[in-house]
Design a protein around this ligand. Structure first.
Ligand SMILES: [Zn+2]
Length: 317
């Protein structure tokens, strides 16, 4: 996910004097584990969870937090400065958020679909995050979610291509993309039938990252939810005896709200637990998840899509 990564500090490549916004808890993770890693926060021992790397959840307070990591032969001291707690505003902010940059408003030119077009059946695959600044969530060893997203996206593309779909990747390398530009191609290319954003999850900053792992799919409108449900059903089968699949959630994201092209966002696993990190880099398992995404999409395309398209032709711009 996008938000909690802000609070994920990796100690693998620490920045001295790190200053972060006000948070009550944060998780620390690192690869400095010789079986003897001890962590002291404000002079107090903190329990550390280990599988390969280590992860821990620590309470932070305003101002300077001293953290000492003792890895046997190597002792490192850190100071994390947490900003002051913002004063509660006088009037509660009940205003609904405004979504100005909708991919289906006049932001992008739109095109009529032609279902019998031989170049039709394009699926857009959108590997989340990317570039030097947007790593997404961080694994215990400090790997960015962006790389896991790209790996799963490439496998998904390969399975789609095998089934005869055309695929456009919003990125096929480690580049930064504007979030609101990502859905552009599904508005401007008349042959796009679906848009799937691929991510790996992280818990909210106040949830212990050692304990949470599941898969989920997010969609906003009806057609996106139908696509998401088909994908989610296949993921449940693919992840049996592995991790739970929590199903489909409604979420108004920049990449899910396009009403003209079925769009959804897959969170394949949690990258923030040591077990999740290890599993995500298993190529066999990754292919199994990619295949589930593709099978779900294929079932949807051969099932609900044409009925929906008939009653919802893309408007001519
Ligand atoms: Zn993400």
């Amino acid at each position: 996910m996008f938000f909690s990564a802000l609070f994920a500090l990796t100690i693998a490549f620490p920045r001295p004097g790190l200053q972060i916004p006000y948070v009550e808890k944060c998780y620390l993770s690192g690869a400095v584990d010789r079986g003897v890693t001890n962590i002291l926060v404000q002079g107090k021992d903190v329990s550390v969870y280990r599988t390969g790397g280590w992860v821990t959840m620590v309470d932070l307070k305003e101002g300077k937090n001293t953290i000492k990591i003792d890895a046997g032969y190597l002792t490192t001291n850190y100071v994390i400065s947490v900003a002051k707690k913002p004063a509660p505003s006088a009037a509660p902010n009940n205003k609904k958020p405004e979504y100005k940059k909708l991919p289906y408003t006049d932001d992008f030119p739109r095109a009529l679909v032609a279902p019998d077009d031989p170049n039709g059946r394009i699926v857009v695959i959108d590997p989340g995050h990317g570039g030097p600044k947007d790593l997404g969530a961080l694994s215990p060893h400090g790997y960015g979610e962006k790389d896991a997203n790209l790996a799963l996206s490439r496998d998904t593309r390969d399975f789609l291509t095998k089934l005869g779909y055309n695929v456009i990747m919003t990125r096929d390398s480690d580049i930064a993309l504007n979030l609101h530009e990502r859905p552009r191609v599904s508005c401007t290319n008349k042959n796009v039938i679906a848009f799937i954003s691929i991510h790996h999850n992280a818990p909210n900053y106040n949830v212990d990252p050692r304990k949470v792992r599941y898969a989920s799919v997010y969609a906003w409108n009806d057609i996106g939810s139908v696509l998401a449900t088909n994908i989610s059903e296949k993921m449940t089968i693919a992840l049996k005896d592995d991790i739970p699949n929590k199903g489909v959630y409604k979420a108004n994201f920049a990449v899910t709200r396009n009403p003209e092209v079925a769009s959804c966002l897959v969170e394949a696993d949690f990258i923030t637990t040591p077990e999740g990190e290890e599993a995500i880099w298993d190529p066999k398992r990754r292919k199994r998840i990619a295949k589930a995404i593709v099978d779900g999409l294929d079932k949807w395309y051969k099932g609900e899509w044409s009925d929906w398209r008939e009653s919802n032709p893309r408007p001519q711009h």
